[in-house]
Write a protein that binds this ligand. Structure first.
Ligand code: PLP
Length: 396
């Protein structure tokens, strides 16, 4: 694992490869792993077992995690948290579950053009059941057009899906304004908070969010667990998409993954304990990296708003440089071009396309996700490596 890059200043504080892809996933925090461990072995019970102490212990652990997550997003009561396998499942449950029980005259779902594929694909899948899809665009900085949204959401709108923070460009949405627009028309506000939870303050009550999707592995928890917040007052009615035993208030059957649930709760709690200081630290690291790139290279552009943005996110285009070639030239840095979530598809990023960027600029875009384990020494190492690689590629 240890290698010092040829031709670069050696820094013993830096171990490679350096992970800068925290929007794709995050490492599970060691404190989270520690919290989970007993629930794999000693406290292995099924949280649905009512007749013995093994079940009671598991149930108590799940109850605590539910409270941690409810408190972490400003839910009124823990019962509003439904555990799922991740944000993708949560968004499918939200959109398909709401569509199945819709009033006859509410047949439209409104999405932002920069939503995650989990929202776009689930909404498109509903076209077969008579739902029409309306897309609301963003400006050149990735901010949703609120006037357009206001004009689009009406009495026929079943749900509006807008993410709290974008997974490619880190742009934050004005969730309270969107919540107010939805409430006024009686439409459900479905908020994908997979990137926002644990990174920015979230308050589903204050923002009038009706359904909120979360994912543990984006916030230093384990993979394979997520949640859907389902508002209880006024009550949001959803049809279950997985049947079999009536777990999770009948909305998501199946034996709960108790260790993962425990880890999820602890992970969000840890994020929130350190939120202000970690936000400042990440912002400083990010600005340090961007300042250096802009200072030492020509024709570097930031994609997405510079202010309404996650602290750890950069999305940068290097004119004249192919991002794929740049990644090859940087074997010691784990980064992503465009979006890892859509790297299965060869198309240019739908998010950067929605910003109206030229194809050339999209092809030269890197997504940099700075996170909890990154240090200043790592950022300096990456800045140096990036500058050198861009110069080399531009020189032909
Ligand atoms: C990662 C991600 C998802 C999908 O979450 P999973 O838990 O991996 O299914 C959805 N939306 C956004 C914004 C994401 O970043």
């Amino acid at each position: 694992m240890r290698s010092i890059v040829r031709g670069l200043e050696t820094n013993p504080a830096v171990r490679t490869p350096i992970y800068l892809d925290h929007h794709a996933t995050t490492p599970c925090d060691s404190r989270v792993v520690e919290a989970m461990l007993p629930y794999f072995s000693r406290d292995f019970g099924n949280a649905a077992s009512r007749t013995h102490v093994f079940g009671w212990r598991a149930e108590a652990a799940v109850a605590l995690a539910r409270e941690q997550i409810a408190a972490g997003i400003g839910a009124r009561v823990p019962e509003e948290i439904i555990f799922t396998s991740g944000a993708t499942e949560s968004l499918n449950l939200a959109l398909k579950g709401a569509a199945e029980l819709r009033e006859k005259n509410r047949d439209r779902i409104v999405v932002a053009t920069t939503e995650h594929r989990a929202v776009l694909d689930a909404a498109e899948a509903l076209a077969a059941s008579g739902i029409t899809l309306s897309r609301v665009g963003v400006d050149s900085e990735g901010r949703i057009d609120l006037d357009r949204l206001r004009r689009t959401v009406d009495a026929r709108t079943l749900a509006v899906a807008v993410m709290a923070a974008n997974n490619e460009i880190g742009v934050l949405a004005p969730v309270a304004e969107i919540g107010a627009i939805c409430r006024e028309q009686g439409a459900l506000f479905v908020c994908d908070a997979a990137q926002a939870a644990g990174k920015v303050a979230l308050d589903v009550e204050a923002a009038q969010v009706d359904l909120c999707a979360l994912s543990a592995h984006k916030l230093y928890g384990p993979k394979g667990i997520g949640a859907l917040y389902v508002r209880s007052r006024p009550k949001v009615r959803l049809a279950a998409q997985i049947h079999g035993g009536g777990h999770e208030r009948g909305l998501r059957s199946g034996t709960l993954a108790v260790p993962l649930v425990v880890g999820f709760g602890r992970a969000l709690e840890i994020c929130l304990e350190a939120l202000p200081s970690e936000t400042t630290r990440l912002r400083e690291l990010r600005d340090r990296l961007l300042d250096r790139l802009v200072r030492e290279l020509d024709a570097v552009s930031l994609n997405g708003s510079s202010t309404e943005r996650l602290a750890g996110n950069l999305n940068v285009s290097f004119e004249g440089v192919d991002a794929a070639a740049l990644l090859v030239a940087l074997p010691d840095v784990a980064l992503s071009s465009g979006s890892a979530c859509s790297s299965a598809e060869p198309h240019p990023s739908h998010v950067l396309t929605a910003l109206g960027l030229a194809p050339e600029r999209i092809r030269s875009a890197l997504r940099i996700g700075i996170g909890r384990t990154n240090t200043e020494a790592e950022i300096d190492f990456v800045a140096e490596a990036l500058v050198a690689a861009v110069r080399r590629l531009r020189a032909g």
